[in-house]
Ligand binder design. Structure first.
Ligand code: NAD
Ligand code: UFG
Length: 337
C-alpha cells in the first residue's frame, strides 16, 4: 500500500514516514520545505534502508498535486502539512487560513478527482479550547481560542461535512496532545526555526547551552505546583498511532476521531526535572508572567483509541526527555549540523 504524506519532511511526519516504511508501506512525501529540510527525508531513508519518493511542492498548487497523484497512484493520504505557530497565527491569521484551510481544500479536491478517499488528518487538542475539566474525551465541546486552532476546527468540520455528503470517504481525525521527543537513534527530531515557542524544544536549547535559562510561564495556576500541566506524548508513539489509524480505516471504513495522548499530565516543573535527569545537570530557569492564551491543565482520555484501534502510548516522560536530549546533542544545529 502506498501512502502520500503531505508535510512529510516535518517533525511528526518524518517519524511517521519511518514507521510507515518499517511497517512495509511505500511512502511519497509532498512538502514545500517552508518549515523543514530535505535532510530529514534522507535520514529517514537511511534509518529504514528504503527509498521515499520526494516532491518539493506546495499543497496550494493544484496542478503540481494532480501530477503527483497521477504519477504515484497513492492509496491513502496522511495530511500533516500546515503552519502551527499559535502566536504567529494571531499576528497573521490570513496566512494560516490560506495555507491550512485553502491548502486542505485543494488537497481534497485533487483526492476527490483521483478517487483517493482515505485520509488521516493531523488535528490537535487545541480544538477543545480551554477544557472545562480533565481528562478530555472526544465528545467534549469544540471551540477555537486562536486562529491556528480555528484552522484545525474548520478542517475537522469540513471533513465531517464531506463524509456526510459522500460516505465512500474514509477519514481519521487524530487529535494530538503535546508531541515531544525524537527517534531513539538521535538521527531525526524537532528542528524549529529560531527561538522555540514550545516548552521542550526550549529546554533542549538551554540544556545545550544555546539559550541562557528556561522561562516558566507562570507558577500561580490552580495546579499542585502552580505551573501548567499538559499531556506530553513521545513522537514515536504518535507516529505509530497513525499506522494504527490506517489499519483501522482499512478494516472498518468510516469517519473516526481519536485523542492521541498518554492520559498523564505533567507540570512544567516536572518536565524540567525529568530533562535534568536526562542531561545530567541542573537547568537554570526563571518564573515569568503567564503567557497570554495559556490555560492551567489539559490531558487526554486516550481510551477510545485503545478500545477501537488497539493503540496506546508506551514511552514515558523520562524516555521522551532522554530521546530529545540525544537528538539535541547529536545535532546542536538541527539538520544543519
Ligand atoms: P512541522 O512544521 O515540523 O511540519 C509541517 C510540515 O508541513 C513542514 O515540513 C512544512 O514545510 C510543511 N508545509 C507547511 N505548509 C505547507 C504547504 N502549503 N505545502 C506543503 N508543505 C507544507 O510541524 P509538526 O509539529 O510536525 O506538525 C505536523 C502537523 O501536526 C501540523 O498540521 C500541525 O498543526 C499538527 N499538530 C502539531 C502539534 C505540535 O505540537 N507539534 C500538535 C498538534 C497538531
Ligand atoms: N511553557 C513554559 N515556557 C516555555 C514554553 C511553554 O513555561 O518557554 C509552558 C506553557 O505555559 C504550557 C506548557 O509549558 O503550560 C506547554 O506549552 P507548549 O508551548 O509546549 O505547548 P501548548 O500546550 O501551549 O501547545 C501545544 C502546541 C499547540 C497545540 C497544543 C495541543 O503548541 O499548537 O500543544 O496539542 F495546539
Amino acid at each position: 500500500m502506498k501512502v502520500l504524506v503531505t508535510g512529510g519532511a516535518g517533525y511528526i511526519a518524518s517519524h511517521t514516514d519511518l514507521e510507515l516504511l518499517n511497517a512495509g508501506y511505500e511512502v511519497v512525501v509532498v512538502d514545500n520545505l517552508s518549515n523543514s529540510c530535505i535532510e530529514a527525508v534522507r535520514r529517514v531513508e537511511k534509518l529504514a534502508g528504503k527509498k521515499i519518493s520526494f516532491y518539493e511542492a506546495d499543497i496550494l498548487d493544484k496542478e503540481a498535486l494532480r501530477e503527483i497523484f497521477k504519477k504515484e497512484k497513492a492509496d491513502a493520504v496522511m495530511h500533516f502539512a500546515g503552519l502551527k505557530a499559535v502566536g504567529e497565527s494571531c499576528a497573521i491569521p490570513l496566512k494560516y487560513f490560506k495555507n491550512n484551510i485553502s491548502g486542505t481544500v485543494t488537497l481534497l479536491e485533487v483526492m476527490s478527482e483521483m478517487n483517493v478517499k482515505m485520509l488521516v488528518f493531523s488535528s490537535s487538542a487545541t480544538v477543545y479550547g480551554n477544557p472545562s475539566k480533565v481528562p478530555v474525551t472526544e465528545d467534549f465541546p469544540l471551540y477555537a481560542i486562536n486562529p491556528y486552532g480555528r484552522t484545525k476546527l474548520i478542517i475537522e468540520d469540513m471533513l465531517r461535512d464531506l463524509y456526510a455528503s459522500d460516505n465512500s470517504w474514509n477519514v481519521a481525525l487524530l487529535r494530538y496532545f503535546n508531541p515531544i521527543g525524537a527517534h531513539e537513534s538521535g538521527e531525526i527530531g524537532e528542528d524549529p526555526n529560531g527561538i522555540p515557542n514550545n516548552l521542550v524544544p526550549y529546554i533542549a536549547k538551554v540544556a545545550a547551552g544555546v539559550l541562557k535559562e528556561i522561562r516558566v510561564f507562570g507558577n500561580d495556576y490552580d495546579t499542585p505546583d502552580g505551573t501548567g500541566i499538559r499531556d506530553y506524548i513521545h513522537v514515536v508513539d504518535l507516529a505509530i498511532g497513525h499506522i494504527k489509524a490506517l489499519e483501522k480505516l482499512n478494516e472498518n471504513p468510516g469517519i473516526v476521531t481519536y485523542n492521541l495522548g498518554t492520559g498523564i499530565g505533567y507540570s512544567v516543573m516536572e518536565v524540567i526535572r525529568s530533562y535534568e535527569k536526562a542531561c545530567g545537570k541542573e537547568l537554570p530557569y526563571v518564573v515569568t508572567d503567564r503567557r497570554p492564551g495559556d490555560y492551567a491543565i489539559s490531558y487526554a482520555d486516550p481510551s477510545k483509541a485503545y478500545k477501537e484501534m488497539g493503540w496506546k502510548a508506551v514511552r514515558g516522560i523520562d524516555k521522551m526527555c532522554e530521546d530529545s536530549y540525544r537528538w539535541q546533542s547529536k545535532n546542536p544545529n538541527g539538520y544543519k549540523s
